[in-house]
Design a protein around this ligand. Structure first.
Ligand code: PNS
Length: 158
């Protein structure tokens, strides 16, 4: 299989995201983790910080790379001749929005979306929930890569 894109905000990356990347990398020759640069929405981490953390956590996977993107995802795909997107589906609540985006991306540029069923170990995870738990001193170890724990606390302390 050629290449696929795993797009998202990744503010921050969770073990659920990492599970999807690894499974995509098992099927596709190359996986590009594409981090959305959203100028109208400030995150907890800058895009540069997210990319740095993602690069560290995907380092064990030689066929995964990380890039930033802005604008339409299908344009990012076209510029790299990539025809596949891989997303994780955690629950039925993800489905409506993900289906709509998948159909639109196919309509716009014929880019296919493949869904990976979330690992039940991580299906309740979201970046927002991680930030909220960590903000109030909850323990998120095991839910995000270990290298993020100190950085999460430092970013929240700012
Ligand atoms: O992690 P997120 O925020 O749920 O990721 C959403 C993302 C980045 C995949 C989606 O917002 C996206 O693809 N944005 C790029 C702009 C775009 O192409 N919009 C049309 C989608 S059909």
């Amino acid at each position: 299989m050629p290449s696929a894109v795993c797009p998202g905000s990744f503010d921050p990356v969770t073990n659920g995201h990492l599970d999807v990347f690894a499974r995509a990398a098992d099927v596709f020759d190359e996986v590009v983790v594409a981090v959305l640069e959203n100028k109208s929405k400030a995150g907890l981490f800058t895009v540069e910080e997210r990319i740095q953390m993602l690069q560290e956590v995907v380092a064990p996977y030689p066929n995964i790379k990380v890039e930033a993107f802005h604008g339409l995802l299908v344009d990012f795909c076209a510029a790299r001749s990539i025809k596949s997107i891989v997303k994780g589906l955690r629950a039925v609540s993800d489905f409506d929005y993900e289906l709509q985006m998948a159909q639109m991306n196919f309509r716009l540029a014929g880019v296919e979306t493949f869904f990976v069923s979330a690992n039940p170990l991580y299906s309740y995870l979201s970046s927002s929930l991680i930030k909220e738990i960590a903000k109030y001193g909850g323990d998120v170890s095991g839910l995000v890569p270990d290298i993020l724990l100190a950085r999460l606390n430092a970013a929240l302390a700012k």
